[in-house]
Design a protein around this ligand. Structure first.
Ligand code: SF4
Length: 341
């Protein structure tokens, strides 16, 4: 019986059907597993006098989605690899944020979007992760590695909106207050720009999830060269979806712009980017490109990064510098994804 793919209510329903026991039993068990990482029904008072039920639950409860096969650290950033039950590998990255931690999770093995600057894109799509495999990454970071994960960003391997059903289910599990309790305002889904799916994400029940868009170009010509998805979803269509995305008073859409030498770093690019973003409520993360094996692309010099930053701020665009931590262990943006599975 799986638990990592279920909210408290869904687990209670399954438990009732399987063992004919109500939430008096399933609720403390769900809390215990999600909060400590270990099922120990024998320590829960409702189970004290039911050794047969303890035995059954202990042998049937499945909290594993794979095995942590590798762990590397660089300047506080920790990348770990989970070997899934079918031997596929996925990578996750723990990023320190003041006293707490953000976890960057993967949503697919590989990715079909084929972005030119991305290592994962070169793998192609192998398969979607299940909701349990997505939640399992948070579970591992919290309970095996001991990090106090408070933010989750879907920015690891894969295009989360290409696996929308499982990503939404994982969000429901992550935010359940009786379980992992990561509030929706601390969850961010990043996309290469699947406009139709952004519209569907906008209709998710309850408060909207934070949205990040990997834009990386000031116009269709450059974007289609960098990100093939732009050939079917041009920037004008993407903009419509971004305009309609529901935002609370204090939130904005995050725009990711990876600055690449000689590709998207000129003055006219900054001007066009500023015009595109002007009617939107956005914060822009300006990221210096991290060279990936064999991409043929290069990072900008310090001077061009500064210049580009200034050109945007002069247009009143809110720009955040994003220092890419973890570059040495290939844990920075666009660098996840082993060379082969
Ligand atoms: S940047 Fe994101 S969407 Fe593009 S290929 Fe990489 S993982 Fe896929």
């Amino acid at each position: 019986m799986k638990i990592l793919d279920k909210t408290h209510a869904q687990f209670a329903e399954t438990f009732q059907r399987r063992y004919d026991k109500g939430i008096h039993y399933s609720s403390p068990l769900y809390r215990q597993v999600m909060k400590t990482g270990k099922p120990a029904p024998e320590k829960l008072s409702p189970f004290f006098h039911l050794p047969e039920l303890v035995r059954q639950v202990t042998s049937e409860l499945n909290i594993s989605t794979g095995r942590m096969s590798k762990r590397e650290a660089d300047g506080g950033v920790v990348k770990f690899v989970t070997q899934l039950t079918d031997d596929m590998n996925v990578e996750s990255v723990v990023i320190p944020m003041y006293r707490r931690y953000t976890l960057c999770v993967s949503s697919q093995v590989g990715c079909r979007m084929g972005c030119r600057f991305c290592r994962t894109g070169r793998m192609g799509l192998i398969r979607n992760l299940t909701a349990a495999e997505i939640v399992g990454q948070v579970f591992t970071a919290r309970h095996q590695l001991g990090f106090d994960i408070r933010n989750v960003v879907f920015m690891g391997m894969g295009e989360p909106l290409d696996n929308l059903k499982n990503v939404i289910q994982a969000i429901h599990v992550l935010e359940d207050q009786r379980g992992l309790d990561i509030a929706r305002r601390y969850i961010t889904v990043s996309t290469a720009g699947l406009a139709e799916k952004i519209d569907r994400l906008a209709r998710i029940e309850g408060n909207p999830v934070n949205l990040a868009v990997s834009l990386n170009a000031p116009d269709d010509e450059i974007r289609s060269w960098l990100m093939p998805i732009n050939r079917s979803v041009p920037m004008a269509d993407l903009k419509k979806s971004l305009k309609n995305y529901p935002l609370s008073k204090r939130s904005s859409i995050f725009i990711e712009y990876v600055l690449i030498q000689g590709v998207n770093d000129r003055f006219e690019h900054a001007q066009r980017l500023g015009q595109y973003l002007a009617p939107l409520k956005v914060k822009l993360n300006l990221i210096s490109y991290n060279p990936a094996y064999g991409s043929g692309l290069h990072p900008p010099s310090e001077k061009s990064y500064e210049q580009f930053h200034n050109w945007l701020t002069k247009q009143k665009i809110f720009v955040r510098r994003r220092n890419e931590k973890g570059g040495r262990i290939m844990a920075a943006c666009g660098q996840l994804g082993g060379k082969r599975q």
